[in-house]
Design a protein around this ligand. Sequence first.
Ligand code: ADP
Ligand code: MG
Length: 684
Amino acid sequence: MTMELHSVPVRKIAGVGVKKAGELLAMGVSNVGQLLEYYPFRYEDYTPQDPAHLEDGMRHAILGTVYSEPSMYRYGAGRARLSCRLVANPLLFTAVWFNQTYLQEQLRVGRKVLLVGKWEASRRLLTVTETVFPDAQGASELKLQPVYPLSGNITQRWLRKTIRQALEQYGDQVKEVLPEPLRAQNRFLSRKQSVHAIHLPEGEQESQKARESLVYEELFLFQLKLQSFRSLSRKQQDGLSQTIATEEIRKLIGRLPYRLTEGQRESLKQILRDMRDPSCMNRLLQGDVGSGKTVVAGISLFATVRAGFQGALMAPTELLAEQHQRSLETILEDSSIRIELLTGSLTDRKRKDVLSSLQVGEIDIVVGTHALIQDDVYFHKLGLVVIDEQHRFGVRQRAQLRNKGMNPDILTMTATPIPRTLAITAFGDIDISTIRELPAGRKPIKTYAVKHDMLERVLKFIHKETRAGRQAYVICPLIEESQKLDVQNAEQLYRDLAGKFPDLNVGLLHGRMDAEDKHRVMSDFAANRLQVLVSTTVIEVGVDVPNATLMVVYDADRFGLSQMHQLRGRVGRGPHQSFCILIADPKNAVGEERLKAMTVTNDGFEIANLDLAIRGPGEFFGAKQSGIPPFRLADLTRDYRLLEQARDDAAKLLASPEFWTEAVYLPLRELLRQDQSGEREPLN
Ligand code: ADP
Ligand code: MG
């Protein structure tokens, strides 16, 4: 947010060359400002462990002294194993490193070194992942080491060093964002202090204080933006008054292969009433995974078309957009409504074709991804915008789609249950419809939490289900730090399972595949040409294959509760009994409880509450909660109090004449202006 640092290229930092700058760019970091705002998502505790209390198989930090000359063993091309004996009184142990030959000369006898790695008790062996020499300058005294999300060839070690270097060169130039009165009144750290401390905290307390200050800043700017957008759109003319073709809608509902649930009917009634109403609809439809939100959206889109308008449905992924298109085709069969898909992977010709038909009004409903909000997309007469999994989109993206029409009605949908007050605070002035029940006849999903040593039995079970004609998802462990490792994991698991099940067709799906391949795999799975689908969390939202009855999640303890619930929601969508198997060896009581929560309830609202209760407000270390708007640091459940504070502060500021006159607030107004005119990346 510091304008100056946002115009200093990362190349200015010592040690960042062309190649590294390119890799940073791939992580969305091109300037020093962005690098300093690349915050860690957790810390690793490097407090040395008492050598008497090392546990077999655990990760430990040991402070030792080099006892004998290291020895190197080379094997294969460019591979090397370095080993060395060290003492940590009274323990004499061996440390091994892989492919870090440069350490050989630094490991001089008598030198102190802090090692982090996995401890193997029987061989008194530490397989080292992190090496810190306490006498070297920099992070030597740091007990808490920041852990950053990574991608490409960037390593944790390199990024730590580079951010430390950036702080050294530019830390002094970090500028305040919050107006001083606000900062003082809330007793936050200065931005300079916060940015320094979040990367290099002296201790847990300081890191929390830094985080709190930066979270507030993030939420405050978000609220300021949200509220100023809202006051802008209120000034615009009124919304549409759509004529609802009640009789036709009744017939359409009658043709569905099932009866709508009470919640679906009630929500639909509220939506249609809002559409008829001349003011602009802004409604959130929330319902647990599998509660049938798509059909409600489909009927609403039908209504807008019959009222003489066009409809748009935006989804966060291409997979989901394609699936929605298919669902709408089925729901609106024989109504001669033209539905087209608009995603990033259309050919240029097809795209041009869709755009021009859309503009002249030949297309009734367009389903798409972010591609819908490109500048060159014009509608003839946009009446209703539906945004699925709305938390995946930013405020500005939602506004951009809305601005494609003259105040169209807006329906947003989410499966992440959020308390009403929280929703209102986070998303603005919004009405909420809720589908509480699942369609009748659904059997509750049976969920089991098992340890890794049960793997063979789990595999047998996959075999049994698929032989009975059903299908299974297998979700790989999540590697938050690195997308590359994520993919490697998935490929490995895929090969393993394909080898174990020679008689089944096993497929693989991950985020790095191109759209065409993803599409092919997904349609093969939907058509039961694949019985087992190994996947990363790309299938987390929305995917609907009713014949799939088994969801197996590896290393389930790495996922947040809501995320596990979303994943589980991929099964239990048809008439057959479905199962969810969570494989994990939880490391502590909280981990055990989280898994247990999953086995005792299928209700997303209950799970959200349990999550909050288990994690508690003070929780700092551990997995990041997902399924809420993509803030850099803030977590709307955990940081609810700060959110309320930020909301009130923003409202007060926007209402005060000083804000519009005093020079103190100029930087903030400038940020808002740039954000609204699209000159700057969205704040969130
Ligand atoms: P979500 O709310 O998670 O988006 P979907 O819209 O994907 O759920 O619906 C899940 C499944 O339930 C779909 O296969 C859909 O056809 C089916 N479905 C929707 N409504 C009903 C209903 N009232 N009765 C039976 N099945 C339904
Ligand atoms: Mg859905």
